[in-house]
Design a protein around this ligand. Structure first.
Ligand code: NAD
Length: 694
């Protein structure tokens, strides 16, 4: 018998242990081991079989690296046939997680037992496909189609205790799971269990219209994405056609979706989010420095959010502010934010009290900084202010302590030059709201040491962030690329678009919010101040701001807003735009959705390529992961560089050249890297794979 599935006997109860830790994916050897194990248990006269997992969990599901390769038998359904055909009972014993194919394995068993806080779920929808081994047919037969659809369409796991309440976990086991599961199985030998495939009690009489109404509600949140629709359709088959036909339907949907562009994009990001944590060139022995206490300088919008993130993950944190008044205001904002979460039921009062106790404040700069193991600065975005703060930090902090800045545009090297420890200065660029957004752009200065980088990386992971290491430049990766889109927005408005035309295209593409609505949310005065400081103009945007239209905070910006902050088209904005166009003698024309999309995305791709040429981002995947996690980019589009590959880089080059010509925007001239890849027939994906192999 293979090591991948270990077989033990306890009298007439046999135990098959999935042994491919840490997560026991259902690779070929596991499937073969399970099939052999079931056959051996049957031959050995077992009356019950317990399936259990080694390591962190029962089973995380299919081995995704086997996707797209020729399938090697036995298949998962072959294993399920052996389980369902077993003359006794088969019991899945779940700890950690049972996800995807792992849960489908458990659903094919006669019964399931679990530890109370184990997680069960079918996350396939998040990888762009549907559960492919009967999950969409068996789960509805156990808990009803509507409850099953909620789980399958969202892809979010639920606790085993909740699954027990819903009825697809038979018992919760306290204490040792294996011993408890074996005892439970023994106690149930001889009892009759109806396999899910043979049940009709929960699907009989399901009202199709009621089901469709539930689905319509679920799909509202998944605009543009195919897999949630596929999941809903597969579950629908559970009560409209016989079990075997339902399986066929599920298999068809699985095959179509898994081969599609959206699933490829989602898997690209799934693997990419692991890949970005492997930092090229980082020595294996680069140790992060231990952090027992974080100190955040500045308790404004960002400082408060950063401090909350730390407390949310159990790290003691102190905010330093300039005055008692600013400090109390900052702390109160954090408390109010947590209180809203308690009121919504997503945070317990006890957990809130714990977090609140971890978050303290002080106006004693030197005294507080002296106790810090890591400092993150989030004061005003002004170089002189930052340099003063860093000079003071350098004197007050213990030797060896890393000093990080949350600046979004300023040079980390210049900030570091104000200290005697530039090797311990890094950027840690959080995104707003910092307690929510997962992206953390860590910025490597010219002198930043590996231990400093490792500390920023490890600490970011510890407080629930996804750290992506980038180089030092104006705007770093995300804001720098987005900044190249802005001039095209301005030009499109002049040439023929209205704000809603542009936002509609980007939102149909899947963005959480179009660029103009986002501007209204962030405040249009910020962009205006940046333009002023840099001596640039944007005639349309400037005209809007000149009317006191700063965005949502003034009730009007590119749109007008009602009391509920609903975005409404304002004819006044059209008048302002037409006025500017007339003054500038621009002949407005109808602009196609395709042109809008290309003129917004291609400049970002071009800048992304420039960022790769400069080595500011290590790999195309770093850029894609940044946009998915920090800029509301839809994961099912895979990020800007992935999108460019889907368009074909020759096409990208030709279109960039054409738009550079027609819009007179020199930024759109294809970069050397795009020229090279287009000429070679290359892709960003292949470039990334080569970097990985090197
Ligand atoms: P903010 O104005 O809301 O907060 C800054 C706070 O720093 C204020 O409360 C101020 O009292 C305090 N402060 C200033 N000097 C101080 C000092 N010497 N000691 C202690 N406290 C001091 O600004 P913010 O939006 O939180 O931005 C802070 C930093 O984060 C800036 O560098 C900004 O570029 C960056 N950032 C902002 C965003 C964003 O969306 N707001 C996103 C990413 C990064």
């Amino acid at each position: 018998m293979s090591d991948f599935v270990q077989h033990a006997t306890h009298g007439d109860v046999h135990v098959l242990r999935l042994n491919n830790p840490p997560v026991n994916t259902l690779r070929t050897e596991i499937r073969a081991g399970l099939l052999a194990g079931m056959n051996a248990a049957k031959a050995g006269g077992a009356k019950a079989v317990v399936l259990i997992g080694t390591g962190r969990m029962f089973c995380a599901g299919a081995e995704m690296t086997e996707f797209g390769k020729p399938r090697v038998p036995p298949s998962l359904p072959d294993v399920f046939d052996a389980i369902e055909g077993f003359p006794g009972i088969v019991v899945a014993a779940i700890h950690g997680s049972a996800l995807g194919g792992g849960l489908e394995l458990a659903l094919a068993c006669h019964a399931r037992v679990a530890v109370a806080d184990a997680q069960v779920g079918l996350p396939e929808v998040k990888r762009g496909f549907v559960p492919g081994a009967g999950g969409t047919q068996r789960l509805p037969r156990m808990i009803g189609p509507e409850a099953a659809a909620k789980i399958i369409v969202s892809g979010d796991p639920i606790k085993a205790s909740e699954a027990h309440r819903l009825g697809f976990v038979d018992a919760i086991i306290a204490g040792d799971l294996e011993a408890g599961a074996v005892a439970w199985a023994r106690a149930n030998i001889g009892k009759s269990f109806t396999l899910a495939r043979n049940r009709t009690d929960r699907i009989a009489g399901q009202d199709a219209a009621a089901y469709d109404a539930v689905i319509a509600g679920l799909l509202k949140r998944t605009r543009g994405q195919e897999s949630p629709k596929g999941c809903a359709e597969a579950v629908r088959a559970s009560f409209t056609v016989p079990f075997e036909d339902g399986l066929k339907k599920e298999r068809e949907l699985f095959s179509t979706l898994v081969a599609g562009e959206q699933s490829k994009a989602l898997r690209h990001i799934f693997f990419g989010e692991r890949e970005v944590l492997r930092i090229p060139g980082m020595p294996a022995d680069a140790k992060s420095l231990p952090v027992e206490r974080l100190v955040v300088i500045g308790g404004g919008t960002m400082g408060g959010g950063i401090a909350m993130s730390a407390a949310n993950f159990g790290v003691p944190v102190t905010i330093v502010e300039m005055s008692e008044e600013a400090l109390q205001k900052g702390l109160a904002r954090c408390h109010a934010n947590w209180e809203r979460t308690v009121a919504s039921g997503r945070l317990s009062q006890a957990e809130y009290e714990k977090r609140k106790a971890l978050l303290t404040g002080s106006t004693d700069f030197e005294g507080t900084v002296a106790k810090a193991d890591l400092v993150i600065e989030a004061v005003f975005e002004n170089m002189e202010v930052k340099k003063q703060v860093f000079a003071r930090l350098d004197k007050a902090a213990r030797p060896g302590v890393v000093l990080a800045s949350n600046t979004s545009t300023l040079s980390i090297d210049e900030i570091a030059s104000a200290t005697s420890r530039p090797e311990l200065v890094v950027g840690m660029h959080f995104f707003s709201p910092a307690n929510v957004m997962r992206l953390l752009e860590n910025v490597r200065g010219a002198k930043s040491s590996w231990p400093a980088i490792a500390t920023a990386t490890e600490f970011g992971k510890r407080i629930g962030k996804l750290p992506v290491l980038v180089g030092n430049c104006d705007g770093f990766v995300g804001n720098r690329m987005t900044g190249k889109r802005t001039p095209q927005v301005e030009k499109l408005l002049l040439e023929g678009c209205l704000p809603a035309d542009i936002d509609k295209v980007m939102e149909a593409y899947g963005m959480a919010m179009g660029p103009l609505a986002t501007g209204d949310l962030a405040g249009l005065d910020i962009g205006a101040a940046v333009r002023k400081a840099r001596g640039t103009v944007a005639p349309v945007a400037d005209a809007i701001v000149a009317q006191g239209r700063f965005g949502q905070k003034t009730g009007k910006g590119w749109y007008m807003y009602d009391e509920k902050r609903n975005r409404l088209v304002d004819p006044e904005v059209e008048r302002i735009i037409l006025d500017v166009a007339e003054k500038m003698q621009v002949r407005r024309r109808k602009i196609s959705d395709e042109e809008i999309l290309e003129r917004l995305l291609l400049p970002m791709v071009n800048e992304g390529a420039r960022i790769l040429e400069e080595g500011v981002a290590y790999r195309p995947i770093d850029i894609d992961v940044i946009f998915i996690n920090g800029f509301g980019w839809p994961a099912f589009r895979g990020g800007p560089m992935f999108w460019a590959d889907t368009q074909g880089l020759k096409n990208v080059r030709d279109k960039l050249a054409r738009y550079a010509e027609s819009t007179g925007d020199a930024n759109l001239k294809p970069t050397a890297l795009i020229e090279k890849l287009a000429a070679e027939g290359g892709t960003f994906a292949a470039m990334g794979a080569a970097a990985k192999a090197a």
